[in-house]
Design a protein around this ligand. Structure first.
Ligand code: NAD
Ligand code: IPM
Ligand code: MN
Length: 349
């Protein structure tokens, strides 16, 4: 059997609760596909920070580099100043491991409720390719005269030709592999003229290598409207780090809820392990109550399986999730572990 080194970072809030169910499903699917996961769990997040002041120590980062993949729950806690863990742990991992593609499918499963009226599952089926290492997330900027009426806070968006080209190229590959072969650039080039223009020119130039892919452009504000009024106009979207963050929470909302939205922080060149995690956060409002939906994490496990070259195992997990979702209609709500048990059972059965 094939052995895979898997780093597990349960993190904060509902993170450990949903990761436990993701691992339950992974354990259920692995044997039939001859996979063996050697797991190492990393105690990172709020508790570690309170204890030692560390977020992602260099030594841990080096250990992570030696793994084949990473499964992460969520980070962030009300007891820690906002940004300490988000930047120091999550974004540091994404940047250091060069996760330049943040892959976020938005897909409405049959039978799922959506706040949109009259949409069919085939109307909501897109992939958002969110840039993962640049843009306003770069951390460039600072504050002057803090706390005074003259305070000035700047937060620059960093966009490199190299960084934009590689994510755009990846998005074209995804678009070329899908039946509709359509790629939409989502940006704000009427205001963010420098970065928007770089994205525009890059899509045009790289697009010459993909004549089979149709391209178009939508401003991000209009995109949020079309997500709600005409989601079928999107197939693959390529976008900036921050716009991608925002539109994928909206994507989650139209595709059955934040509890279902999966993601992969992908290093396509495989110079470091990729990291899979639900789109949602640590949900402090429901943490510890056993009511978080683990489905997003389980679908992230399916993305992880795809990434490590086990597509049959991935499809099996997705089928089990689709069946479980179809069976949810009209039934009483279940807890985190019940949902995990049900999906794990379908996977092994
Ligand atoms: P959130 O996603 O944690 O929660 C938003 C709302 O969605 C809450 O009402 C929550 O209860 C609900 N929700 C989220 N996941 C759910 C699930 N699996 N099942 C059912 N309901 C679910 O976003 P937030 O409240 O903006 O942020 C909370 C904390 O998480 C902050 O510290 C933030 O920085 C952090 N965060 C981390 C990540 C990550 O680790 N990738 C992502 C987003 C937010
Ligand atoms: C996400 C989160 C993160 C992001 C935060 C917690 C840094 O919102 O994964 O969507 O903005 O990327
Ligand atoms: Mn987000």
């Amino acid at each position: 059997s094939r052995s895979i080194r898997l780093a597990v970072i349960p993190g904060d809030g509902i993170g450990p609760e949903v990761v436990a169910e993701g691992l339950k499903v992974l354990d259920a699917v692995a044997p039939a596909h001859d996979l063996k996961f050697e797991r190492t769990t990393y105690d990172l997040g709020a508790a570690r920070w309170h204890r030692t002041g560390e977020t992602l120590p260099d030594a841990v980062l080096e250990e992570l580099r030696g793994q084949d993949a990473i499964l992460l729950g969520a980070v962030g806690d009300p007891s820690v100043p906002s940004g300490v863990l988000e930047r120091g742990l999550l974004l540091r991992a994404r940047f250091e491991l060069d996760h330049y593609v943040n892959l976020r499918p938005v897909k409405l499963f049959p039978g799922m409720d959506t706040p949109l009226s009259g949409v069919k599952p085939e109307d909501v089926d897109m992939v958002v390719v969110r840039e993962g290492t640049e843009g306003p997330y770069a951390g460039v900027g600072g504050v002057l005269r803090k706390g005074t009426p003259q305070e000035i806070a700047t937060q620059e968006s960093v966009n490199t030709a190299y960084g934009v080209e590689r994510v755009v190229r990846y998005a074209f590959e995804v678009a070329a592999s899908r039946p509709r072969r359509k790629l939409t650039l989502v940006h704000k080039d009427n205001v963010l003229t420098f970065a928007g223009d770089l994205y525009q020119r890059t899509v045009k130039r790289v697009g010459e290598e993909y004549p089979q892919v149709t391209t178009d452009y939508v401003h991000v504000d209009a995109a949020t409207m079309f997500f709600v009024t005409m989601p079928q106009r999107f197939d693959v979207i390529v976008t900036d780090n921050l716009f991608g963050d925002i539109i994928t929470d909206l994507g989650a909302a139209i595709a059955g809820g934040i509890g279902l939205a999966a993601s992969g922080n992908v290093n396509p060149d495989r110079t470091a392990p990729s990291m899979f995690e639900p789109v949602h956060g640590s949900a402090p409002d429901i943490a510890g109550q056993g009511k978080a939906d683990p489905t997003a994490t389980i679908l992230s496990v399916a993305m992880l399986l795809d990434h490590i070259g086990a597509p049959e195992a991935a499809r099996r997990v997705e089928r089990a999730v689709a069946d479980d979702l179809a069976a949810r209609r009209g039934r009483p709500a279940r807890g985190t572990a019940e949902i995990g048990d049900a999906i794990a059972e379908r996977v092994s059965g």
